[in-house]
Design a protein around this ligand. Structure first.
Ligand code: B1M
Length: 226
C-alpha cells in the first residue's frame, strides 16, 4: 500500500471511530479521487474502524448512541463508494433477494454486500433490515430469485436464517432457490448445520459464492449466459 493510501485509510478509520460522518464522507471522496482501491477502503477502512468501535463498546467507552453515529459514518462512506461501484447490467448474472434477518437492525455489512453484488452484475432486491421470515419467501417468488441472501450480526437473530429456509421448503421453492448466509457471528459450520447452500465471510467472497450458486442452479451457467 502506498504511503498516501495508508494515510487516507488511517484518516478514514479515525473519522468513523471519532463518530464524524461528514469527515468520513469527505475522506472517502478524496480517496476515490486519488484512485485508492475500493477493496482497501472497504476492508481496511470501514471494516477495521467498525471493529474498533465494537471494542470501545465492549470496553464501556462507547454506548448505543455512539454505535449509531459510527453506523451513520460508515453509511456515508458507502454512499460515496456507490457511484463507483455501479455497473450497467443488461442481463443479470443472477437474481438475488437480500436482507438482514428479523429482529436484527444491523445493516451496514448487508448494504455493503448488496452494493458489491450489484456492482458485479447481479440484480439485487434489498428488503432492508429486520425482515420478517415470510417476506424473504414472498419476494423470492415475486422476482423469481435464484438466491435468498441473509445477513445477521447477533447470535440471537442468526437462528432466523433456519426459519427462512424452513419457510422456503413450506412454500415448495427450496429446490429453486439457493440460500447464501453471512454476517459476523455466522460461520461455514453454522451455514451447513441450518442447510444453507453457501456462506461468505465478506462482500468480495459473497460475489464468488453467489456466482458458484447460480452456476450450480443452471448446470454451470450464469443467467446472463443463456
Ligand atoms: Co450492534 N452489536 N447492537 N449496533 N454493533 C455488534 C454486532 C456487537 C458485536 C458489539 C459488541 O458487543 N462488540 C454486539 C453483538 C453481540 C453478539 O450478538 N454476539 C452488538 C449488540 C449487542 C447490539 C445491541 C443488542 C446493543 C443493545 O441494544 N444493547 C443492539 C441490537 C439491536 C438489534 O439489532 N436488534 C445493537 C445495535 C446497534 C446499532 C443499531 C446501534 C448499530 C448498527 C447500525 C446499522 O447497522 N445501521 C450497531 C453497530 C454499528 C455495531 C458494530 C459496532 C458494528 C457493526 C458493523 O456495521 N460492522 C458491531 C461490532 C462489530 O461488528 N465489531 C456491533 C461493519 C460491517 C461492514 O461489518 O456487518 O460484520 P459486518 O459485515 C461484514 C461481514 O460480516 C460480511 O461482510 C461484511 C464485510 O464485507 N457480511 C456478509 C455481512 N453480511 C453478510 C451477508 C452475506 C455475506 C457476508 O451473504 C448474504
Amino acid at each position: 500500500m502506498s504511503s498516501c493510501a495508508e494515510e487516507l485509510i488511517k484518516e478514514l478509520k479515525e473519522a468513523i471511530v471519532n463518530l464524524d460522518p461528514d469527515k468520513a464522507r469527505e475522506v472517502a471522496e478524496k480517496a476515490l479521487k486519488q484512485g485508492i482501491d475500493i477493496k482497501l477502503l472497504i476492508n481496511e477502512g470501514i471494516g477495521k474502524a467498525m471493529q474498533r468501535v465494537g471494542e470501545l463498546y465492549e470496553q464501556g467507552e462507547y454506548f448505543l448512541p455512539e454505535l449509531l453515529l459510527a453506523g451513520e459514518a460508515a453509511t456515508e462512506v458507502l454512499k460515496a463508494l456507490e457511484p463507483k461501484l455501479k455497473a450497467e447490467v443488461i442481463k443479470p448474472k443472477g437474481v438475488i433477494v437480500i436482507g438482514t434477518v428479523e429482529g436484527d437492525l444491523h445493516d451496514i455489512g448487508k448494504n455493503l454486500v448488496a452494493m458489491v453484488l450489484r456492482a458485479n452484475g447481479f440484480e439485487v432486491h434489498d428488503l432492508g433490515r429486520d425482515v420478517p421470515v415470510k417476506e424473504f419467501v414472498k419476494k423470492a417468488i415475486e422476482v423469481d430469485a435464484d438466491i435468498v441472501a441473509m445477513s445477521a450480526l447477533l447470535t440471537t437473530t442468526m437462528i432466523k436464517m433456519r426459519d427462512v429456509i424452513e419457510e422456503l421448503k413450506k412454500a415448495g421453492i427450496r429446490d429453486k432457490v439457493k440460500v447464501l448466509v453471512g454476517g459476523a457471528p455466522v460461520t461455514a459450520d453454522f451455514a451447513r448445520e441450518i442447510g444453507a447452500d453457501g456462506y461468505a465471510e465478506d462482500a468480495i467472497e459473497a460475489v464468488r459464492v453467489a456466482e458458484e450458486l447460480v452456476r450450480a442452479k443452471y448446470g454451470g451457467k450464469l443467467r446472463s449466459e443463456f
